[in-house]
Design a protein around this ligand. Structure first.
Ligand code: NAD
Length: 299
């Protein structure tokens, strides 16, 4: 039997019957998302009686959509832009990381009690662990201060990073960067700083002293594929990790510069994307997502 939506061959136990648990994704626009394909294939592979659907919901319909999670007894939902901050007012509880990020990407419904989580940072830390790198005790230089960089910084600090040196341009994200620094100082032992990216000497020195450089800006993805914040390979050292959160294109200009420098551990954002999904999957189902299988069939 072939599952008509997921395309997975083989028997699927109890798929879409009177007992099926519903998971949503509430964002606008969202039809392009890979999340339904990822989660529905994982449910099918494990024979779990869940299904995952996209709902095009912006801020205007968000309250009704969150009420529907309770009314319809949905198991939960993912939340993406423009709803990640807006949704907080409609939830009952927040995880420590979601509170620190002031943003939610996953809702879990436990018998009418809605808890908000953020799993992007968990995905980042886990994807590094998958490669044998533990953020604990490490120094990280991080560019970016938006939707990806904030949970990366917060979760890394919660998971024991020794120091995080954030660099960003002074744009609309700067106040968020300041908030992130403040909350990390208040809630963890991690040393954290924020410097303007225009201070290129400080940026270069920081990368040279770091165990990991992570770029969580929009540089490297469309329409900035031919751009990188580090174009001189001599800024890197071979034993460090260079991590680009971008997952399309698969090899960014930053990654090519790092490879040219002989950096041994250069990663794109696919592992982070799968592992953030796996963290949400576990919150809803209590099961480990078959991530190797998902990587093989989708990415
Ligand atoms: P965002 O718009 O919230 O933040 C973008 C960041 O880039 C901001 O800090 C901004 O100041 C910075 N920036 C923009 N233009 C810049 C420039 N010219 N020079 C330097 N910095 C600049 O976006 P986001 O949601 O945080 O996404 C950032 C990146 O992370 C994107 O490439 C996205 O694809 C990626 N991402 C990956 C995952 C994953 O799971 N791998 C998840 C979310 C986002």
């Amino acid at each position: 039997m072939t599952n008509k939506i997921t395309g997975v061959n083989g028997p699927i136990t109890g798929w879409l019957d009177g007992h099926t648990y519903l998971i949503g994704l509430m964002a606008y626009p969202i039809r392009h998302s890979m999340s339904p394909t990822m989660h529905n294939n994982a449910f099918a592979k494990l024979g779990l009686n869940y299904t995952y659907l996209c709902f095009e919901v912006g801020n205007d319909k968000l309250k009704g959509a969150v009420d529907a999670i309770r009314t319809l007894d949905m198991r939960g939902s993912n939340v993406s832009m423009p709803n990640k901050k807006e949704v907080i007012q409609y939830l009952d509880k927040l995880s420590p990381a979601a509170k620190m990020c002031d943003a939610v990407n996953t809702i879990v419904n436990d018998h009418g009690v809605l808890t908000g989580y953020t799993t992007d940072g968990i995905g980042f830390v886990q994807s590094l662990k998958d490669e044998g790198f533990d953020i604990k005790g490490k120094i990280m230089t991080l560019t970016g201060a938006g939707g990806a960089a904030t949970p990366i910084a917060v979760q890394s600090a919660l998971d024991g990073a020794k120091e995080i040196r954030m660099f960003n341009i002074r744009d609309k994200n700067w106040p968020q960067a300041e908030k992130t620094v403040k909350t990390i100082r208040e809630n963890t032992d991690c040393k954290v700083s924020l410097t303007e990216l225009s201070d290129q000497e400080a940026f270069k020195q920081s990368i040279g002293e770091s165990d990991i450089y992570c770029d969580a800006t929009s540089i490297g993805m469309k329409p900035f594929e031919d751009k990188t914040l580090v174009s001189d390979p001599s800024w890197f050292h071979q034993d460090m990790v260079v991590f680009d959160t971008v997952y399309s294109p698969r090899t960014t200009k930053l990654m090519r510069v790092a490879q040219e420098a002989g950096v041994k551990h250069v990663y794109d954002g696919i592992g982070m994307m799968i592992d953030q999904g796996a963290a949400s999957f576990k919150l809803w189902t209590g099961k480990e997502m078959p991530t190797d299988y998902i990587r093989e069939i989708i990415f």
